[in-house]
Design a protein around this ligand. Structure first.
Ligand code: NAP
Length: 259
């Protein structure tokens, strides 16, 4: 399917690896002009090389921290008027909430709630004026089915989710959509570090915990980042203009509810 995105401009945050990179890759294939963002310049440049060699479409790169004001200014200097905004950042550390202090909470809120809101604020009025906008926030399955060990993530991302629920309905008439994508267990570095933490907490080997988590998923596997990227790109497409304010879980069937 042609997503009818050729020539559109996109900012993809936290896109040097994992789910952000996979989303950028699919958008690049569709002919979108991309700005990809991450903090480590070397990893970001490698991602740009990989995307260019796979798609013949080289993304612009901005080495920046999305949680800082300067970082966001650098992103917007590279692309002030995106048609597509993919909000993403690293997930907060797992752990017992008793061990987290105010600074930990502020960091989690900065990364997983306030940075996305700031980028939405800076870009949405241009989308409204141009009558096309697609905003996708990468959140987590933990928004729908909280995991106790991911206390910071559960809290911060649910705040963003509440904000988006109100916002999405107020901009829909302008062909601007705002949705959240909720990854389950995707085979990325973030998953590996969560599995390592789970192994430490339960005094088991990483291999044992990895196998247990993999086998407990109804699909008996982890998700491939490219599956995530394709869903993200579809939500950005012209065809997805009637999908807004949704929380779309991609988890191989792990969530057991009817809805
Ligand atoms: P990942 O493989 O660890 O990749 C994280 C990416 O984010 C890297 O490119 C990293 O590059 C960049 N990044 C992190 N913090 C940043 C910041 N402050 N500013 C700019 N870039 C930043 O993670 P992932 O698995 O793709 O996960 C993406 C998001 O989905 C995370 O929030 C994660 O918690 C969430 N999630 C993932 C899963 C899963 O199974 N993979 C499940 C649920 C939720 P630099 O370090 O160079 O900045």
């Amino acid at each position: 399917m042609d997503l009818r995105l050729r020539g559109r401009k996109a900012i993809v945050c936290a896109a040097s690896q994992g789910l952000g990179k996979a989303s950028a890759m699919t958008l690049a294939r569709e002919g979108v002009e991309l700005v990809i963002v991450a903090r480590r310049r070397d990893v970001l440049d490698s991602a740009a090389d990989e995307i260019e060699s796979a798609t013949a479409n080289r993304p612009h790169t901005v080495a920046a921290d999305v949680t800082s004001q300067e970082g966001r200014e650098a992103i917007l200097a590279a692309c002030a008027d995106p048609d597509i905004l993919i909000n993403n950042a690293g997930g907060p550390p797992p752990g017992d909430f008793r061990n987290f202090g105010r600074d930990d909470w502020i960091k989690a809120l900065d990364g997983n709630m306030l940075a996305p809101i700031a980028l939405i604020k800076a870009t949405i009025d241009g989308m409204i004026a141009r009558k096309f906008g697609r905003i996708v926030n990468i959140t987590s399955h933990a928004v729908k089915a909280p995991v106790a060990m991911l206390a910071l993530s559960n809290g911060a991302r649910t705040g963003l989710t509440g904000f988006v629920a109100g916002l999405a309905r107020s901009v829909s008439e302008h062909n601007v959509t705002v949705n959240n994508l909720l990854p389950g267990t995707f085979d990325t570095d973030r998953l590996k570090s969560n599995l390592a933490a789970l192994a430490r907490n339960s005094s088991r080997s990483v291999a044992e915990v990895t196998e247990e988590v993999r086998a407990s998923n109804p699909s008996r596997r982890f998700g491939h980042p490219d599956e995530f990227g394709a869903t993200c790109a579809f939500l950005c497409s012209t065809h997805a203009g009637y999908i807004t304010g949704q929380n779309i879980l991609i988890d191989g069937g792990a969530y057991p509810g009817t809805f």
